[in-house]
Design a protein around this ligand. Structure first.
Ligand code: GAL
Length: 685
């Protein structure tokens, strides 16, 4: 396992915008001293600096940036160098209106804002390539530059004429003929048969939204277009020095793009982490923490190696409904949890608060007061000193034997389909229920997409995989038949990769045979309604019954044993309808869960199932509520164990063997005390 960057230390960095302070050399020189005090070892430079780098077309001014990079480097601070395409200069928008994005309602946006350019525009691509080339020529061999940060939070879509033409070309390449496209999109429905490629328009609230194949292909096209835009950005950087890795920062569960598609063009995945911390009434932050850790695991699984935590706030955001600062000690907790789940960096938005603009009240390491005796500065500095001791963690691997399959394309399709629940089908929520059961009990989990290789896992969880694209179904079947265990759920295997429903027995693609069941009908529930699953044959100790919500399915066994049945109290309904089954297939086993079960079911069922498969948590103990744990194996063989307390209460973890605090050297023989919001980095004593 390599380290994420050529710099073999955990990165402790921040977005740094000296371009906003070029008339304040006093501030700039103070910054360096203060960064050293805070043990900052890298900064992300130039993210939105295009107007300073190229104030007029072709007039490049890179000297100021060179001076800053040099001065930082002379003081031991490396540079993560950004390309500036996330926000374009006004002269560019004024001279070349085509770079401005057209919305789905076909209105072209005015200049201003950010993250709003057309990805197809050749003009924009050329201008980006030109400025990137200048940056690469000047800095790609600078010893300070350890990583390219390409653009920023790539997002959105453009519906301009250039994009429409590119979309049609993309469709021609994909389908070859209009007949094939009409068949894939089922356009005989409502007489929407295309007879000319020019009739094809991207989905629009003032036009077509009802052809699901079109909607899906549009999202695929946007992802492909963004990837090609990204590659256009990367090419001049790599041409100058292929050894400097590239990343671009992702947003938690943003589904406007297929991030897995983008990741194929990256050396490192990074993401920006902004949960609504401290929104709970009782100070228990678990509900915010586990989805964040899930996203870390998802990012780590994308390229199968550590990721970077490119942004998080050292204190508060300024865009949440209520912008609470991280309370005392909480920043350390969130940082250690990110490291635990595979981060090789802790980086902030932002180093210094701007004086103006819409982010002037966002949290930062340095606030307007420009003081270092603040709580936030002290906590950031303390964390920096901790990170300095963690070189052995850099590039450390996570050994997960359990995978949860969560596929963005299936997510798009299941949320676009009308029915069976239009009030939120809950695919992400269901995936997170699976995840949470393992998070609470300290199991390592990968979150993979449909294209992943599942063969190395002992257990594959497949929650609501509505769409089966490519050979996914076959690979799931092969995996189980050759000895793997699969947990399938309701609303899986409904449609193929064109979002065309399978005919015949479902779940399609052979999964019905694998599970030994047949889908009969969906029975979605309104919020507040529930059904009950009654366990009739527990494969291992389970409770007698569990609540089912949101979406239930009626299924018929076709070879599977029935483990649970519906117990609805509905006199019209037969009393032996299955809702949990198990089927032996080849050398493996497939479980099928037909109802959207409550958390308690997953907590009882999933860890126990893992145990039976010989998969164990990172520490063989029962974690108290609100405590999570994760492990990483360092390149030198060090087994790091991280334990996090997400509550305001003192907690204690019973230890199966003695552990040593990696920071202090203190040995814990049989009990590990955790202070409120405490986090520990441990190794075997
Ligand atoms: C991120 C963005 C940063 C900054 C930050 C504020 O999404 O990349 O530039 O705006 O949010 O929280």
């Amino acid at each position: 396992m390599q380290t994420a960057t050529p710099y073999p230390h955990i990165l402790h960095g921040c977005d740094y915008n000296p371009e906003q302070w070029l008339d304040r050399p006093d501030i700039l020189s103070q910054d360096i001293l203060q960064m050293q005090q805070a043990s900052i070892n890298c900064v992300s430079l130039g993210i939105f600096a295009w107007a300073a780098l190229e104030p007029a077309e072709g007039d490049y001014r890179l000297d100021w940036l060179a001076e800053i990079i040099d001065a930082l480097y002379a003081n031991g601070i490396r540079t993560v160098l950004a390309t500036p395409s996330g926000a374009r200069p006004l002269w560019l928008a004024a001279k070349y209106p085509e770079v401005r994005r057209v919305r789905a309602d076909r209105v072209r946006e005015l200049p201003g804002g950010r993250h709003n350019h057309c990805y197809t525009s050749l003009v924009y691509r050329e201008k980006v390539r030109a400025v990137n080339t200048k940056l690469a020529e000047r800095f790609a061999h600078h010893p300070a530059v350890i990583l390219w940060h390409v653009s920023n939070e790539i997002q959105g879509e453009c519906h301009c004429a250039l994009c429409q033409a590119a979309f049609r070309d993309w469709l021609k390449a994909r389908y070859g003929s209009l007949d094939a496209l009409n068949a894939a999109w089922w356009t005989a429905f409502w007489s929407h048969t295309y007879t000319d490629w020019e009739q094809i328009e991207s989905p629009s609230p003032i036009g077509e939204t009802g052809i699901h194949g079109l909607n899906l292909d549009w999202k695929r096209f946007c992802s492909a277009q963004m990837r090609s835009f990204l590659e256009n950005e990367i090419a001049p950087l790599k041409a100058e020095n292929p050894l400097i890795p590239v990343t671009t920062n992702f947003m938690q569960f943003y589904d406007g793009i297929g991030y897995h598609e983008l990741a194929k063009s990256l050396d490192i995945v990074s993401w920006d982490c902004y949960p609504a911390w401290h929104s709970s009434a009782d100070g228990d932050e678990s509900e915010q923490a586990y989805p964040a850790d899930a996203y870390s695991d998802l990012c780590r699984s994308m390229l199968g190696k550590p990721f970077l935590l490119m942004e998080n706030t050292p204190s508060h955001t300024n865009w949440q409904t209520v912008c609470r600062p991280k309370t005392w000690g909480f920043h350390r907790l969130t940082a250690i949890s990110a490291l635990a789940h595979g981060a090789d960096s802790i980086q902030y938005f932002q180093w210094r608060q701007s004086r103006g603009g819409c982010e002037k009240l966002h949290g930062a390491v340095m606030t307007h007061a420009n003081r270092t005796d603040t709580r936030v500065f002290q906590e950031v500095s303390d964390l920096g000193r901790t990170l300095q001791k963690l070189d052995a963690l850099c590039g450390a691997r996570t050994n997960a034997r359990i995978a949860i399959l969560y596929d963005t394309e299936s997510h798009w399709a299941v949320n676009d389909a009308q029915g069976p629940r239009n009030d939120g089908i809950g695919d992400t929520e269901l995936m997170l229920r699976f995840y949470k059961a393992y998070w609470k009990t300290g199991y390592a989990v990968d979150i993979v997409d449909a294209e992943a290789d599942y063969s190395g896992y002992h257990l594959l969880c497949v929650p609501m995989l509505y769409m089966l694209r490519g050979d996914t179904a076959k690979r799931i079947c092969d995996y189980a038949r050759s000895g793997g265990t699969v947990v399938l759920t309701m609303h899986t295997g409904i449609a193929d990769e064109h979002d065309l429903c399978f005919t015949g027995d479902t779940p399609g693609g052979g999964l019905a045979g694998l599970a030994g069941i047949r889908f009969l009908e969906s029975d979605p529930l309104y919020d507040g309604q529930h059904e009950t699953m009654h366990i009739v044959k527990a494969p291992f100790p389970l409770a007698e019954s569990y609540r089912l919500e949101k979406l239930c399915e009626r299924i018929a066994p076709a070879g599977a044993e029935v483990l649970g049945v519906y117990d609805t109290g509905n006199p019209c309904m037969p009393d032996d309808l299955p809702c949990l089954t198990r089927h032996a297939c080849g050398r493996g086993t497939a479980y099928y869960l037909a109802g959207f079960a409550e958390d308690r079911f997953f907590s009882d069922f999933l860890p126990e199932l893992a145990e039976r498969l010989g998969v164990h948590p990172v520490l063989d103990t029962t974690f108290p509520h609100g405590v999570s744990a994760a492990a990483r194996q360092g390149r030198d063989g060090t087994e790091f164990l991280f334990v996090m307390n997400w509550t305001r209460e003192q907690k204690s973890v019973t230890l199966p063997y003695a552990l040593k605090d990696y920071e202090t050297g203190k040995i814990y023989q049989s009990k590990l005390p955790l202070s409120p919001y405490g986090a520990k980095i441990l190794v075997r004593a």
